[in-house]
Design a protein around this ligand. Sequence first.
Ligand code: ZN
Ligand code: ZN
Ligand code: FE
Length: 718
Amino acid sequence: MRVAVRVTGVVQGVGFRPFVHQLARRFGVCGFVGNDVHGVFVEAEGTPAQVEAFVGALQTEVPPLAVVGHVDVREIPPVGDAGFVIVASPVGGVADTLISADSATCDDCLRELRDPADRRFRYPFVNCTNCGPRFTIVRGVPYDRPLTTMAGFAMCGECKREYEDPGDRRFHAQPVCCPACGPTLRFEPGGGEPIQATVAALREGKIVAIKGLGGYHLAVGARHEEAAKSLRTRKHREDKPFAVMVADLRQARELAEVSEAAEEALSSRRRPIVLLPKKIDLADAVAPGNRRIGLMLPYTPVHHLLLEHTGPIVLTSANVSDEPIVHRDEDLGRLKDIADAHLTHDRPIHVRTDDSVVRIVGTKPQLQRRSRGYAPEPVTLPRPARQHLLGCGAELKNTFCLAKGRHAFVSHHIGDLENYETLKAFTEGIEHFKHLFDVDPVLVAHDLHPEYLSTKYALDLDVDLLGVQHHHAHIAACLADNDHQDPVLGVAFDGTGFGPDGTVWGGEFLLADLTGYRRLSHLKAVRMPGGVMAIKQPWRMAASYVDELGRPAREDIVKLKRSGLNSPLTSSAGRLFDAAAAVLGVRDTITYEGQAAIELEQLADPTETTAYRARIDDVVHGEDLIAALLDDPSTAEKRAARFHNGVADAIARTCDRLRDHSDTVALSGGVFQNVLLLDRTVDALEQDGFRVLTHRNVPTNDGGISFGQVAVASRTTR
Ligand code: ZN
Ligand code: ZN
Ligand code: FE
């Protein structure tokens, strides 16, 4: 019996062919395996029992980095070949393969790193077919060494032998190298043994720029009070928490409460930053006023070597204020006023990727930022797109998304599209993805906000365009993320988004599916005195709400508000949270997006169960919650909790009122990054008998917008 097998998915550069070769040996089948532009092809011949066992194992045992899409098996006439071989890749054709994400150093490589007898003992670039850099070093397709940033390193004899031996763990591992032929580390200024020099510098309280997988980090000892403080000052980052790298799970457990789900997320090969309840304090400046801490485990050999000696270290993206993370050595100059020293190397980074961020909701991980370790693996669309698509995303936390068939290639985190450098990362990133995945978009979806740079980019293209309302995109992202196609009640609680009625939306109840939406209800709109100023200064929203209640508020604000000048109406839930935070004295002005709401959530007493009650008629009267907050003589902790509970209760009662439309609710938008609110809302809705959909693979914040836009575009009939 002979079969032809075709395997698609992430199956190249992940050791698939040697894996098939080993299976063939194990089951005694003859034939061949090879790579082509569509994935992996196999022919196998033997007794029916042998062939069936072989095909079975082929589908169940796959190598660690492989993500198998489809396996297609068909019987063909036997040819009676002897042995099993790996055949050369045919040249040319159209690329249709996937590129795997960067992956943390595997256990086999770690063993070599620590084995004095191994030729890669303490070699900071040890990697194999199952681990190491991928997406960040790929310049083009097919994924082969000459088209990676390893092209400049000629393999030595021994590495070449491993690379060519189908029985070896490094067979066709493109970044394979060793001390004799691969990249080298360098510490500046002063030189010396780079790891030791870096450890010494960190101990002395210096700020060291360290080249990682997707860019440079700035590092300081996480217990070094002065160093952490000066990192904040030099980076102009006042309050936003820093992430901390710890050596291992044991160290993580000393610093934070690590649930089973958190443990799994921390030690996965994707190695995201995981947000955890903080147990003890490191330096004050690490995560000021925060009950949570973001931890991650080492994911490159350099990190492992450093963490053996340093204790926990702060690792934060090396950038100046809001610019993208520095990833090219020639841009190191931009860090000259921040870093005292740098630990760098000569393997170029082609694509910058920030660390991914995961939080645990209940017992499930949810992505808050999907980047290094995840991108560029596709997210699956519920139905195949009829044409090639692009979603340009939003303005803040931008990602873009290209799609063909059922594959949606959501980009790495691009950042806030507010400066030239980030815009360049956006446009260059799109070109790179088009080339890598052979997608040539003929329909481009964009936000309705005319001032978003991502919208302007789309409007300049000579293709069919599709404007997708911001909150429809949020709900569509949640639906597609859950493979759900029927209409739902979509609750989009968000910062701000362009509303087609000329007001600023953000507290929306939509009847929505992927093809369209209708606005059923929303938070009662109030004025945003000073426009964007009101986002940076929550006290303005407090004054606006207080005036709305007919109570005495700051006169200048009342005047501005009543004049209507630069004071748009908004139904934004984010602004309601801002007002609550300011009323409670939590925060009058913010230094990073969402700060007031984050601090309000942390203040709330999680054991408190009573809720403020908002009136619900055509709209949801959010101002009632502010009135209750003002009139409640209890502690701030209780009041903050009752406010959260009140929002959850108002959502559940509104959905109940709209139940005729659907008994499934999808929750999306940046406000649902608030875990307390999300938990309470899901509980209240489920108690009322609703089925509740929340995000899984794409973020609930604006990082998920591009995927939502593509999901809508995939169903348009144009
Ligand atoms: Zn490895
Ligand atoms: Zn070598
Ligand atoms: Fe949004």
